[in-house]
Design a protein around this ligand. Structure first.
Ligand code: ASP
Ligand code: MG
Length: 439
């Protein structure tokens, strides 16, 4: 069995969904589990619709309407009069109406959630943003069926079991494996007679608690979902279909002349993701490494190209420096009000506040009287952190920063990167240099 993950960009329009269907149609020789993210920038839009979000009613209404219209347009593009000539007009209209009805009931749920009383930010976040994946997979599963690619839609909240750590659910591996083996595997049994093997479509990013509340696995978590399912089902390979030709040594949106990595060892991929390489989610590689499952990264624009493979290799090929840039960073300086040293006691208070809000630290540095940390900008959480720490600490922060990480750096590379830029923090190990600079 193979597992394919399609991210938001690979399903952001009717044409993109058609392209994705072609890829699926070309890979039916083995059972296929398809894990899909929300379409395009849907998750960002849903974040603005959480009861606690800092948006007024008019903005909310217009975001909601735009999001609904966006999905309606995609559905229309898939079943519109000029669409694939596979069925009769009556069937086409019927299929269109059927999907529209299902998707609109998710939008009704969304408007109910928007109107509900805020509880806690993280809980409300998960109940709201999870709709993006439920909607995208509904559209895609229906469309594949319409094309004759018979498939089952599975609600992954019944499979991936997490604790109630909302916004960053921790996977209960035993329960998830049992669910995957008992509920998913039977749907993916190879059919010895058939030429085309079974297909299952499910959601990335989301999971469920024992109490049937919805959780999410952290932003961009669909890769991780696919890896969890690959691990639990002993998949042969997992493939992430991306808008880039493979794992590049730098983000092509930021750097010219990027180099495609053909082979990358698991541990290098884990380091890359840890430092923020956006090509894969940080938790994705470990479950695959544990079972020796190879991870392929391939271009959905050019599916015949080889892409990159992450696996049990000794070193990266070809050898080259690797650049990772994290944007919209905040550098926070935390100083004890009583001028006590930054030592174990203070660090314990700071880290438990960070942990209680699920804030991930991207870089840290301390001096005698100040502890600095670089985090992703999230105004709601930053304010809550300030409230938690303000009794004992003075907090200052700089916004609009970039965190640049260079693996296998040389001095010449660093000089070139920082020329004319304002550096706030600099850290180096033998292999890795990190710089916090003004954006
Ligand atoms: N839709 C989610 C996000 O945008 C998960 C994902 O794309 O992997 O963060
Ligand atoms: Mg995404």
């Amino acid at each position: 069995m193979n597992i394919f993950k399609f991210g938001g960009a690979s399903v952001n329009s009717a044409d993109a969904v058609r392209n994705m269907s072609n890829i699926v149609a070309a890979h039916r020789k083995q059972p296929l589990l398809i894990v899909v993210s929300a379409m395009g920038k849907t998750t960002n839009a849903l974040e603005r619709l959480i009861p606690e979000a800092d948006t007024n009613d008019a903005e909310r209404q217009s975001t909601f309407q735009q999001l609904q219209a966006y999905h309606h347009d995609i559905i229309k593009g898939l079943y519109g009069p000029s669409s694939d000539n596979v069925v009769t007009e009556a069937l086409r209209q019927d299929a269109h109406r059927h999907t529209l009805g299902k998707v609109d009931s998710f939008f009704e749920l969304l408007s109910m959630r928007m109107a509900s009383h805020p509880t806690t930010y993280n809980f409300d976040y998960d109940q709201t943003v999870s709709l993006g994946e439920l909607i995208s997979t509904t559209i895609i599963s229906d469309y594949l069926n319409y094309l004759g690619i018979n498939n089952r839609w599975v609600d992954v909240r019944d499979i991936i079991r997490t604790d109630a750590n909302y916004r960053e659910g921790n996977v209960d591996w035993d329960a998830t494996r049992l669910n995957a083996q008992s509920r998913l595997l039977p749907l993916l049994q190879a059919d010895n007679e058939g030429l085309d093997q079974p297909v299952v479509v499910t959601q990335g990013f989301i999971g469920g608690t024992v109490a049937h509340t919805t959780t999410t696995l952290g932003r961009e978590g669909s890769d991780y979902s696919a890896a969890i399912l690959s691990y639990c089902l002993n998949a042969e390979t997992m493939t992430i279909w991306k808008d880039v030709p493979g794992f590049l040594n730098a983000d092509p949106k930021v750097f010219d002349n990027t180099i495609k990595i053909d082979q990358m060892p698991y541990n290098e991929a884990i380091e890359q993701a840890y430092y923020g390489a956006s090509v894969i989610h940080p938790k994705t590689v470990k479950p695959l490494q544990n079972k020796g499952i190879q991870l392929c990264i391939k271009s959905f624009n050019d599916p015949s190209q080889e892409g990159s493979v992450i696996g049990p290799f000794k070193s990266i090929r070809p050898q080259c420096p690797l650049y990772i840039v994290k944007h919209d960073q905040v550098l926070l300086s935390i100083m004890p009000k009583d001028f006590s040293f930054i030592a174990e006691d203070n660090l314990k208070t700071i880290f438990s506040a960070l942990a209680s809000l699920n804030i991930r630290v991207n870089l840290m540095q301390n001096s005698a009287l100040s502890f600095s940390l670089c985090i992703d900008n999230n105004p709601v959480l930053l304010k809550q952190l300030q409230e938690l720490l303000s009794k004992n600490f003075l907090l200052r922060y700089n916004e609009h920063l970039q965190l640049i990480t260079i693996r296998y750096y040389t001095q010449a590379i660093i000089d070139q990167m920082v020329a004319g830029r304002n550096i706030l923090v600099q850290q180096r190990s033998r292999t890795t240099a990190q710089l916090v600079v003004i954006q």
